[in-house]
Design a protein. Structure first.
Length: 206
């Protein structure tokens, strides 16, 4: 099974990806992991990526596509895999179709306004790594577990969240129509408990 997992930042995609990988014994392929692995091992692709990242630029599509193609050629992907974070846009999706057409694409759907509330309301503990939400802890300033002062992570501030969701809406959301037109898309309601979302995913995957 060749699976693509779509979902906005904060949709719970990472949690579901881990559950899917474990239950279906699929390699969990994320672009972030591919980048880090190639940079760490100083592969020819990794050297190119590092040079780009050192300038502060985003990795260009052609280099990202080349790295994903290389990763999918490995032995552990012969019987299937799950792509998470790729494709990010239509250029990448069309390129992927040329060397590894997906069997199914699952979109974990949550209204962007609800995602913004989820992310902006998160509070993290720098000591025990606990994560909490103001919906449940109110205006509490200290960690309910260890008492350490809670913080707002840099990527959870209002401006950063709005920017991340704006990028998702403009670049990644068009993939939904692309795969819908190919009859590959299956939409799962992400505004539920983790267990209920995973139950819907299992129904899709059989």
């Amino acid at each position: 099974m060749k699976l693509i997992l779509l979902g906005a930042p904060g949709s719970g995609k990472g949690t579901q990806a881990n559950l899917i990988a474990e239950k279906y014994n699929l390699p969990h392929i994320s672009t972030g992991d591919i980048f880090r692995e190639n940079i760490k091992n100083e592969t020819p692709l990794g050297v190119k990526v590092k040079a780009v990242m050192n300038t502060g630029d985003l990795c260009p599509d052609d280099l990202t596509i080349e790295m994903v193609k290389d990763r999918l050629s490995k032995d552990d992907c012969k019987n299937g895999y799950m792509l998470d974070g790729f494709p990010r846009n239509l250029t990448q999706a069309k390129a992927l179709d040329e060397f590894a057409t997906p069997d199914v694409v699952i979109d974990i759907d949550v209204e962007l306004a609800k995602i913004e509330h989820r992310l902006v309301g998160r509070r993290s503990c720098p000591k025990c790594a606990g994560s909490f939400h103001i919906d449940f802890i109110g205006d509490r300033q200290n960690c309910p577990i260890c008492g350490e002062k809670l913080i707002i992570r840099k990527d959870d501030n209002v401006e950063t969240v709005k920017e991340r969701l704006s990028v998702y809406k403009s670049q990644t959301a068009p993939l939904i129509d692309y795969y819908k037109n190919k009859n590959k898309l299956r939409v799962v309601n992400g505004d539920q408990s983790i267990d209920k979302v995973f139950c819907e995913i299992k129904k899709v995957l059989g």
